[in-house]
Write a protein that binds this ligand. Structure first.
Ligand SMILES: C[S@@+](CC[C@H](N)C(=O)[O-])C[C@H]1O[C@@H](n2cnc3c(N)ncnc32)[C@H](O)[C@@H]1O
Length: 212
């Protein structure tokens, strides 16, 4: 295993387990709690969301490309009180039929995917009409001074957080992918990682498919 794979598959999952405090965990729980029916979560990571799914989930399908993340998520998946199905792949090409899921979920994932347009288009495709898209993401700051710091730090962030970028305008990307917002909250989260919490402004929301 090369240094880069060792970092991605062993070190980063270990970091992810330890990063974020009570507020981050509570926000993740809020994001997933309302998902119901047949649910798809992309970028499961180590499975920290799993304990917060509510009783109305029938089956949870998860998609995550990293072997190291899957290894840490396994026990949590096995402990779920509903049926689960795990796929080791990225969300840019999903092996599911159109209109399969009642809800799609992602927490802190659209910052890390290489092709956000492709991933969002796939989420749109596999969501049933009337289904809901639950998301929690850190995004590009609309404060010019903070954005400048995000831009300065971004090259390091991409290396040490395995492709994660600080400067993505995810709110706009979700809308451009064909979703309307049922709810959208901007949140400053003080227990995000150093060097400065303002570098990680969050959006928490629920989207649905836009119809003209
Ligand atoms: C910052 S972590 C967040 C993990 C988890 N959702 C959480 O809240 O702790 C980003 C996750 O996205 C995954 N990821 C990266 N590229 C992806 C892709 N193309 N499709 C789906 N997940 C991806 C990474 O492997 C990683 O587990």
């Amino acid at each position: 295993m090369g240094l880069r794979d060792w970092y991605t598959e062993r070190v980063f999952p270990w970091i992810l387990e330890r990063v974020g405090g009570p507020q981050s965990h509570a926000l993740r729980a809020r994001c997933v709690a309302g998902a119901q029916g047949d649910v798809l979560e992309i970028g499961l990571g180590t499975g920290q969301s799993l304990k917060s799914y509510g009783p109305k989930v029938r089956k949870l399908t998860v998609v995550e490309p990293s072997t190291g993340m899957h290894a840490l998520a396994r026990q949590r998946l096995d402990a779920c009180p509903f049926e689960t199905e795990a796929h080791q792949l990225g969300a840019e090409a999903l092996p599911f039929d159109d209109e399969t899921f009642d809800a799609v979920v992602c927490t802190w994932t659209l910052c890390s995917v290489q092709e956000p347009d492709a991933e969002l288009s796939e989420l749109h495709r596999v969501l049933k009409p009337g289904g809901r898209f639950h998301f929690l993401e850190h995004v590009r700051s609309d404060e010019p001074g903070v954005l400048r710091w995000q831009q300065r730090i971004d090259p390091l962030q991409r290396v040490f957080a395995c492709g994660c970028t600080l400067t993505r305008d995810t709110e706009a990307l979700i809308r451009e992918a064909g979703f309307d917002y049922d709810s959208l909250e901007a949140i400053d989260c003080p227990d995000m990682p150093p060097p400065h919490p303002k570098l990680y402004p969050l959006i928490l929301g629920i989207g649905r498919i836009h119809y003209d």
